[in-house]
Write a protein that binds this ligand. Sequence first.
Ligand SMILES: [Zn+2]
Ligand SMILES: [Zn+2]
Length: 300
Amino acid sequence: MTTGGSGIAHGFPHLDTVRAALTALFRRLSHDTVSAFPTSVLPVDVAFDNTEDVHLGAQRIARAMVRQLHLPDARIVITFREMEHAATVELTAGPEYFVELNDRFRRHRKDIGAALAHEVTHVWLHRLDLSFPGTRDNEILTDTAAAYLGAGWLLLDAYREHGPFSQKLGYLTPEEFGYVLAKRADFFDEDPAPWFTSPQAYDAYTAGRARARQDARRPPLAGAGWTARLRYAKDRRAAQDPHRTAGPGAGYAFEPAAGPGAPLRVSFPCPTCWQRIRVPVRGHLQARCGLCKTLLDCDT
Ligand SMILES: [Zn+2]
Ligand SMILES: [Zn+2]
């Protein structure tokens, strides 16, 4: 796990990979298994004051992460050492996994939960044999899984910017963590907002939430805004006209009718899991995403 000090990236540069990670999670786990993560790690589970032994406390928090990710037989063995990275984990056959934490966490115990959320999620993905090719994409998958399954709000809360004391853990930008947390909040009907202790983390959450809400306002979803709908209607007319070729729409694509009399179809990404959904073009209808089971109001 890396730690970003000066020059923390912002915005949504990794959004495509984040969305691919959400789709991969639902595909690998199924809707029912994802649904078995309805509650996040709570602040009380990861509270760590200076009266507690640093090793025992770190082990206790690691057990909270192991419980959160439903890895009952995994044992996390933690050591501290001076190193460049924030933390690393050795991915072995288990059931024992060795995590090294940067020595500075001895003085910044508050962030041990964040570091362990990321490292234990590596173990969870390793056990599932789910990975993305390349370090960058695999780290984004790890942060996305941690945040979506209820351990990763701590990663966002560890973000703060105060000149030389700036810190950010993980690969996602603060706003991207906010985006995934907002997706989680929608799916599980759980509000993480009261848990943030870092005001900058809270701001990043609201920015990510605004971006997440835009996903539900893209045509042919019924919640789309006026200008997007006008553009959609124009693209649909072009798709219905055999003499014109429709350009690529904003996320949606019209597909020619399968045969004479068959309706034109439109495909678009599910705003929850980003799996593509395909529906006939015939006005107002409800579609259920086959992957995450979200019911979507569409105006095709
Ligand atoms: Zn990592
Ligand atoms: Zn879906």
